[in-house]
Design a protein around this ligand. Sequence first.
Ligand SMILES: *Cc1c(COP(=O)(O)O)cnc(C)c1O
Length: 506
Amino acid sequence: MTIRTQVIPDSGVKTAVPALEPLLVEIHEEGRAGRHVRGGEEADALIPAAFARKAPLGLPELSEPQVVRHFTHLAQLNYAVDTGMYPLGSCTMKYNPKINDRVASLFADLHPKQPQSTVQGALTLLAELEGMLAKLTGMDAVTLQPAAGAQAEFTAILMFKAYHQKRGEGAKRHRVIVPDTAHGTNPASAAMCGFQVTTVKSDPHGNIDLASLKAALGDDVVGLMLTNPNTLGLFEERLREVCDAVHAVGGLVYGDGANMNALLGVARPGDLGFDCIHINVHKTFSTPHGAGGPGAGPLCVKEPLRAFLPKPWIVRDEQGRYHLDTARDDQPPAGLGDSIGRVRTFLGNFGVLVRAYTYMRTLGEEGLAEASNDAILAANYLLAQLREHYDVAFDRACMHEFVLSASRQKKQGVSALDVAKALIDEGFHPPTVYFPLVVPEALMIEPTETEPRETLDAFAAAMIRIAERAKTDPASVKASPVHAPLARLDEVTAARNPKLKWQRPT
Ligand SMILES: *Cc1c(COP(=O)(O)O)cnc(C)c1O
C-alpha cells in the first residue's frame, strides 16, 4: 500500500497515512494488456463475424499485477469485523465463524428451480432451522422468506392486516403504535402497509411509558411494534402489562427481535407476551453483513397468525419427504387460503440461512445462552469503565448494548460525531451515533460477546483518552481523523453539489 505523509493540524506532527487508491481508469495506459495467453488471435477467429465487437470495449488497459494490487489495496483500506472491534450499536457486528461459509459453500451448486426431490437435504435444513427458531423464540410457526429485519416487519404488518380483516375488523383498525426509541424501519413498515403511526414516549427509566401507551390504545389499533431489549439496551421492565394492555383492545404485539443477542436461551419472546418476532440472523446468528446486505429476517409467529404466513410453506409428507406448498389463487381448490402470498423469490436468502443454521448447530442451546450472557457481560464491563467519563442516558444495568451521551463533551466543544471520528484514529470502528433519537449526542455501543477482554480494555482506554482530550485539547478531537486516508468529508458540498459521475481530471 502506498503511504503518504500528513501533517496533523495544530501540532505540526507528521504522520504516515495510507494513500487513497486511484481508480483503474486513472492508472490505465493505452496498449498495456493483461492478457498473457498466446494464440489469442486464433481464438478470436472462432467468433462468428456477426458477433465480433466492432469498436474497442473501452476498458482500462493494465497489467494483471496492477489490477490485483488495486483490489488488494482497496481491501487493505477496509475496516471489518475480521480486522478489529466493531462496536456499532444495534447492528451486532460479532465475529462470523468461517465454518459458516464452508458449510454454505456445500450448497453452492444448487439451482433454485431444481426438482424438489433432488433438494431434500436443503429443504430438511430449512425445515429444521424453522423448528430451531420456533423453539428458541417460544413461537409456533416460522417463515424464512424475508430478506431482512425490515422486510420481516413489513411481512408481519401485512399479516396483522389480514388477521384483522379475517375477523371483520379490517376497516376500523388503522393505527400502529411505535415507541419513540424504535428503529426507523418500524414506523416505515407500518406506513408502507397503509397504516397511521402513533408514537408513544419513553418514561424516565427508559421503558415505554405505560400511561401514555394506555392513552393511545383503542379499538382502532392494529398493534404495537416493540423492541426488547429496547434500542437503549434496556429490558422493558413492564413488558407483560404492556402486552396485556394491547391485547385488551384486540391489538397484536410485534416483537422487533434485532436485539435477540441479549436473549438467546435466556428468555423466549413467546413467553413474554409477543404474538410474533423477527430475527436478524445476520446480526444474532453471525452471518456476515454490512453496507446493506446480505441478510435474512425469519419471522416467528404464534398459532393464531400461522394461516397468514407467506407461501410457499415447507411441508413434510407421511413418508418423511419435504415439498413446497405453493398453492396459489389460480390453482383451485387449495388456493392461497389466508396466506398473504409470497414476499420473496424462492426460499429466501438461502446461503445466509445455511450460515445461521450452522452457527446454531455449532454452538448448541447451551452455547447460544453463553453467547448472550457473555454479550451482556461485555457491555456492562465497558459501561462500568466509561460511566464516569461520559453521561449515561439511563443509569441501569444494560443488556447487550448501552447508550452514552456526549452532552458533557458537547459543552467543551466536542460532539458525539467528533468522538466517533477520533475513535478512527484510535484504530476502532466508531459506534452508532445520534440514535436512538431520545438521547442527545447519543453514542450507542455494542461490543458483542466475541471481543477478548484486552480489546474491551483497549476500547475503553481509547474512549477515556478522547474524553480527556475533549477537556484539554478539544481542537485536536475536532480535527480527527488524521490517520485515515480521508479526513472529514465536506458533507454540505456533497449534499448541495453532488458529483455522481467520475470525470477525467482536466
Ligand atoms: C437492524 C435493525 C432493524 C432492521 O433490520 P435490517 O435487517 O437491517 O432490515 C430493525 N430494528 C432494529 C432495532 C435493528 O437494530
